[in-house]
Ligand binder design. Structure first.
Ligand code: SF4
Length: 382
């Protein structure tokens, strides 16, 4: 990170390996940035700075002013793990090399394949690539992770033969949810995997193959207009409409897929609105109108003076000062410090019942403890 622009980027490899034509389709569509992507970039630059400072013997001691407590703690968690790995590698092999933000060229397997390893360690006993994931939405596993394997191939191409490595470790550190995941492969296994994806990568580079929809469509720029995804999302609903009454299996299938279907519907709605507003697209049977708007006071000092003149006291018209939300406070001070300072006055009540896939790691809920009032609209929001 930041990912080098490539048609077949490592970060999108899960998608183009499953749906080869998506690489060239997405290439023609505009990029969208998000506040989460910007946060991730900022965390990566801080992590790079912190690791370089450590390697130069001048570790960062103070939190920069523009970094909040949450990011400072997350980067500290990541760098602590990296430092442990560096020390371990140097103990086993004193001339172990450490590189930060290392460019990794895996073009021997994937046309024009280039990526960046957040930290790599190379020694004659082990070579390793470590990737920082700043997101906290979904825990990312390093097992069977094509992005990590492509980085590992690039690492092997650069150093593997020189150091005579026999094993490669790929590690993901996702500090905000305490996720530390790794996969260890022998060089033989890694190269075998590299050979297996070569024809798919070539096909994807040439823009060939058939569209294939699935979980991997989540971040595809073509999602709002893709017929294959439309058919995939609606198949479960259409299937379920055959008998007059839905079966338990139908309902369970719909609930399992509800999250993906909702996200796809939102992506289509956002795309249609964006096209209508910015490009003047007229969609059959639709029109753009003004949505609901909320009144706002344009001059709060003047409004206060006018209300006081009208006989209302400050107590009547002013809001009491209140603490920010727990999420905002935790972001401000950092998770660890938040626990230390406020642990005694924060409680976490049991969550509301939620239906999830049975593979979910959480244990089943004790339904004896559920009250009727626990059911509301949030039931389906995992
Ligand atoms: S949205 Fe369409 S093009 Fe994109 S990955 Fe899914 S099936 Fe392929």
């Amino acid at each position: 990170m930041p990912e080098i622009h490539a048609v077949l980027s490592a970060s999108a490899s899960k998608r183009w390996l499953a749906c080869p034509p998506s690489a060239r389709i997405a290439e023609k569509l505009p990029d969208k940035t998000s506040v989460y992507a910007e946060e991730g970039t900022k965390a990566h630059s801080l992590a790079e700075k912190a690791l370089r400072a450590y390697l130069a013997g001048k570790p960062l001691k103070r939190r920069p002013k523009d970094v909040d407590g949450e990011m400072w703690e997350a980067v500290d968690f990541y760098t602590s793990i990296c430092i442990e790995k560096i020390n371990e590698a140097r103990k086993a092999s004193p001339d172990a090399e450490v590189h930060v933000e290392e460019r990794l060229d895996f073009s021997a397997w994937v046309p024009e394949g280039l990526g960046t390893g957040d930290m790599v360690i190379v020694s004659d006993s082990l070579i390793e690539v470590v990737d920082l994931k700043y997101g906290k939405g979904v825990a990312v596993s390093a097992k069977d992770n094509p992005q990590m394997r492509l980085y590992a191939l690039g690492l092997y191409a650069a150093y593997g033969m020189l150091y005579g490595a026999t094993e490669i470790r790929m590690t993901i550190v996702q500090p905000r949810i305490g996720n530390l995941s790794y996969e260890m492969l022998t060089v033989e296994e890694l190269l075998k995997w590299g050979e297996s994806i070569k024809p798919i990568a070539r096909l994807a580079f040439e823009g060939g193959g058939k569209r294939c929809a699935g979980e991997h469509c989540r971040f595809c720029k073509a999602a709002p207009t893709c017929r294959a995804l439309h058919d995939y999302e609606l198949a479960v609903v259409q299937e379920a409409t055959k008998p007059e009454e839905l079966t338990d299996i139908d309902i369970a299938e719909i609930v399992k897929r509800a999250d993906g279907i909702k996200k796809w519907l939102t992506a289509v709605e956002e795309y249609a609105l964006h096209e209508a507003v910015t490009n003047g697209t007229v969609w059959p049977g639709l029109k753009v109108v003004e949505g609901r708007s909320v009144r706002k006071i344009t001059d709060t000092d003047k409004a206060r003076a006018l209300l006081e003149k009208a006989g209302y006291s400050a107590d009547d018209i002013m809001k009491p000062r209140e603490l920010k939300t727990i999420t905002a406070l935790e972001k401000l001070v950092g998770k660890k410090a938040f626990g230390e300072i406020l642990g005694g006055v924060v409680e976490k009540p049991p969550g509301k019942p939620t239906l999830v896939d049975e593979s979910d790691k959480r244990p089943p809920m004790d339904l004896e403890t559920v009250k009727d009032t626990d059911f509301d609209d949030s039931l389906l929001n995992a």
